[in-house]
Design a protein around this ligand. Sequence first.
Ligand SMILES: Nc1ncnc2c1ncn2[C@@H]1O[C@H](COP(=O)(O)OP(=O)(O)OP(=O)(O)O)[C@@H](O)[C@H]1O
Length: 230
Amino acid sequence: MIRLRDVSFRYEGTARDGAREAVQGGAALRQLSFDVPQGGFRWLLGPSGAGKSSLLRLLHLAVRPTSGRMEILGVEMDQARRAGLARLRRRIGVVHQDFRLLPDLPVFDNIALPLRLQHRPEDEIRDEVLSILDWVGLRARAAARPPQLSGGEQQRVAIARAVIHRPALVLADEPTNALDDQQANRLMELFQDLAGLGTTIVVATHNDGLVRRYPSHELELAHGRLVRDG
Ligand SMILES: Nc1ncnc2c1ncn2[C@@H]1O[C@H](COP(=O)(O)OP(=O)(O)OP(=O)(O)O)[C@@H](O)[C@H]1O
């Protein structure tokens, strides 16, 4: 469950997720109020600069609202302590626009990371990673390093890493921009399956064709404001 009430956000410091140094400017997000129920799917739409990535950063707890109230997975942000936030973030899977894979680690270990953070037994990790590598069609590339992969392959690794630990919330920023139509359709089927199992999913995209093929509830931003919720 996500709940925002009058949430505004202005870049003033450096984002914890390593976003570029903040610059002076207006509010990136203005007075957003919306809910997403557990297991809900939302398209996040709007032109470049509308605030989609900023909203995903906020939902990923990489930055905090400048004002307003925000509840993520049942935790009210005001009350959340730093330790609690780290725990909460482990229940969120993210596909970053620029993938953010660890370049020196093999594909296998990149995907295994969220499971290792959960201290899962290595044999279990091996089974889970190999099975998702099959699903993304990259088992043969398990030992490769991310820089040796194509953009589409890297994006599929990023997707596998985001969902392997069955997070309660998945946030994806343009997760199909390096995929062909068939791969994008398979990703949407995965998202639909995950939502059916109770995962909340928010996907920012400019892929109009995909949105037409998979019509769903839309959150649309313009100049940092929510102009559509339906
Ligand atoms: N780290 C930052 N520091 C300062 N301003 C930022 C930062 N990141 C984004 N902005 C500004 O916040 C506003 C919203 O940007 P954001 O990246 O959230 O838009 P977007 O809808 O995701 O765009 P795109 O579709 O191009 O990714 C823009 O005015 C942008 O310049």
